[in-house]
Design a protein. Structure first.
Length: 345
């Protein structure tokens, strides 16, 4: 830790992770070690080039430390990380698991793990694996994409709600204090809107109105958030029914999402932004998608409480099938060789 700054590790520096790193470094209260994969060599050579609605044009940005592997604090005799911020995609059906990925960098009882990711129930494997550590939820609305290797386009203000996922082994007041301290550090740049939100369930179900519905339906239709509003029947027959299913599932879990949030989420992106949400971007790139935590978990939680979820169940089935297709393209599944069924004459 340098001069009292929070020693911070960011796992995953794509669109969201890079803006988080930039924000923390600019705030002056944290030093960032960033773990990069496909973009490591280029960023290590020249840094990130960023066009940001919050920070303007930034060329050659580099976090304090850049690595292409997860640090092992014990074997490398490193100072413990105060924070590990996980911004990489959460794809539980593709190994390795996130818990296994970050485990070498976690110091029991000292490291606060911040899950800056989408979806429901994402904390469960972390609470189980790290019973002595505070696990924070960061529900983030931040339009930021890596449009080319090392090039970040950030076109929507960074807003987030931060609270503690409850760990039965820890004191709730201590968990809330950690969440508030992280908000202070993340807000130090003056370029973000980060609020302490102790009701983690509300903020996560609320964002599912966007992610489980708009994000996923844009992905399967390949219509961005502008075109989905313009397309015939897409909102009324797909998006709105899916959002009402999320509201009903949330209600069954004692989370009351106001009815007017549906129209707010549908129109949150101006039509002429023609914004492709994250899952649609991944589909276009041929990448795996985060459909299990974003769609699968709310469907499972809703139906377990007897809530009918026909629209999202179909969307989930389509996304699961498309994920299988991606696995096939990447050589991860074996299928029988084609057989010539031509009838001999």
């Amino acid at each position: 830790m340098l001069q009292g700054k929070a020693n911070t590790l960011i796992v995953g520096c794509g669109g969201i992770g890079t803006i988080a790193a930039l924000n923390l470094e600019k705030g002056g209260r944290a030093t960032v070690t960033a773990v990069l994969r496909s973009n490591y060599k280029l960023v290590n050579d020249r840094g990130f080039n960023i066009q940001s609605c919050d920070f303007g044009e930034v060329f050659g940005f580099k976090p304090t430390t850049i690595r292409n592997t997860i640090p092992n604090v014990t074997e490398e005799r490193l100072d413990p990380f105060k924070y590990i911020i996980v911004t990489t995609k959460n794809i539980p059906d593709i190994p390795p698991s996130l818990v296994d990925l970050v485990k070498p960098a976690v110091t029991p009882g000292q490291t606060t793990i911040v899950l800056m990711q989408n979806g429901l129930n994402i904390e469960r494997p972390f609470v189980k694996a790290f019973p002595e550590n505070v696990i924070l939820s960061s529900v983030t609305f931040c339009g930021s994409h890596e449009v080319a290797t090392g090039d970040i386009h950030h076109n929507d203000h960074d807003r987030s709600a931060v609270g503690a996922f409850r760990n039965p082994n820890l004191d709730q007041a201590a968990e809330d204090k950690e969440a508030q301290e992280f908000c202070d550090i993340y807000n130090a740049s003056g370029k973000t809107t980060t609020e302490f939100q102790p009701n983690v369930a509300f903020s996560r179900w609320r964002k599912l109105l966007y992610n489980a519905c708009l994000n996923s339906i844009c992905a399967v239709t390949d219509l961005d958030t502008g075109r989905i509003q313009l397309a015939d029947a897409a909102v009324e027959y797909l998006v709105r029914p899916a959002m009402e299913e999320i509201r009903a599932a949330a209600k069954a879990h004692d989370v009351d999402l106001p009815a007017d949030l549906v129209d707010f989420m549908i129109t949150m992106d101006d039509i002429t932004m023609y914004n492709p949400p994250s899952m649609q971007v991944d589909m276009r790139k041929g990448n795996f998608t985060e459909f299990e935590n974003i769609v699968g978990e709310p469907v499972r939680d809703g139906t377990a409480e007897g809530v009918p979820m026909p629209t999202l169940t179909v969307i989930y089935g389509i996304l699961k099938s498309m994920q299988w297709r991606t696995k096939e393209k990447k050589g991860m599944v074996e299928i029988p060789a084609p057989v010539d069924h031509t009838v001999a004459k």
